[in-house]
Design a protein around this ligand. Structure first.
Ligand SMILES: C[S@@+](CC[C@H](N)C(=O)[O-])C[C@H]1O[C@@H](n2cnc3c(N)ncnc32)[C@H](O)[C@@H]1O
Length: 232
């Protein structure tokens, strides 16, 4: 999968050079290219933003450098879909990430300041929000999207590993423990030490359901709607 990111802060993307995403790059499952939006500015000072029409505070990223950047990148990432990071977009979640794994590639536009000129949306396939809060720029959201999608690509994690992650089946994860069995009087549940894999699986499933019901009734409803407790 080819991933291109357009940003005014290319130096911020070091988290994509460690851990799972780095491994995916090393295995050539993905290729990531970071583009500096200023390189596409036709302004002699490399300005990429301007004042907002209608008055008011704040600057907005201009159409020209973004359109030019996307047109150039599309020559390299021909089938890449274009994603705009935006608080007014569709909410990102695990199911959406799974859907994005089907794409050959994507080109992500990071907004900044007050956002991007509305006309940029004309060249975008998706406008994605990572949550109901405002961040300074689209850099963190784009890394969230990349990390989440890349983990789900075949060959990145051990086979079946993501199936058991929270949200995969609309359930939250079950509780995990490691050594020692007793830490300051806090004990690991006996069942996990029993070696009875069938019973352990049953316990984990029950716990996942219990936790989801308690902490995320909205998710639990979705879990039930998709066949839920009959899927044992
Ligand atoms: C400071 S924000 C602009 C906020 C905008 N004025 C608003 O109220 O919707 C600057 C940029 O950060 C990115 N951004 C901020 N919060 C985001 C979120 N929750 N999801 C996705 N992108 C976000 C977007 O690219 C946005 O254009």
């Amino acid at each position: 999968m080819r991933i291109d990111i357009i940003t005014i802060f290319p130096e911020i993307f070091t988290p994509l050079d460690v851990s799972i995403v780095k491994k995916a790059k090393d295995k050539k499952i993905i290729e990531i290219k970071i583009w500096n939006l200023r390189d596409f500015s036709k302004d002699k000072h490399k300005k990429v933003d301007d004042r907002v029409y209608g008055g008011g505070k704040g600057m907005v990223l201009k159409c020209q450098p973004i359109f030019d950047a996307v047109e150039k990148i599309k020559k390299e990432n021909k089938d890449g879909i274009v994603i705009l990071t935006s608080p007014t977009g569709q909410l990102f979640n695990q199911q959406f990430a799974k859907k994005l794994t089907q794409e050959k590639g994507f080109i992500i536009i990071c907004g900044h300041y007050e956002g991007v000129d509305e006309r940029v949306k004309e060249i975008c396939d998706y406008e994605i929000s990572i949550g109901d809060y405002i961040l300074t720029g689209g850099e963190l959201p784009s890394m969230v999207i990349v990390d989440c999608v890349v983990r789900l690509l075949p060959g990145v994690l051990p086979k079946d590993a993501p199936i058991y992650d929270s949200f995969s089946n609309y359930l939250l994860d079950w509780p995990c423990y490691t050594r020692p069995k007793n830490f300051r009087g806090l004990k690991v549940p006996e069942i996990l030490l029993s070696g009875n894999h069938k019973e352990i699986e049953k316990w984990r499933k029950e716990k996942a359901i219990e936790i989801t019901k308690e902490k995320r009734p909205d998710l639990y409803k979705k879990y039930l709607n998709q066949g839920g407790e009959n899927d044992n």
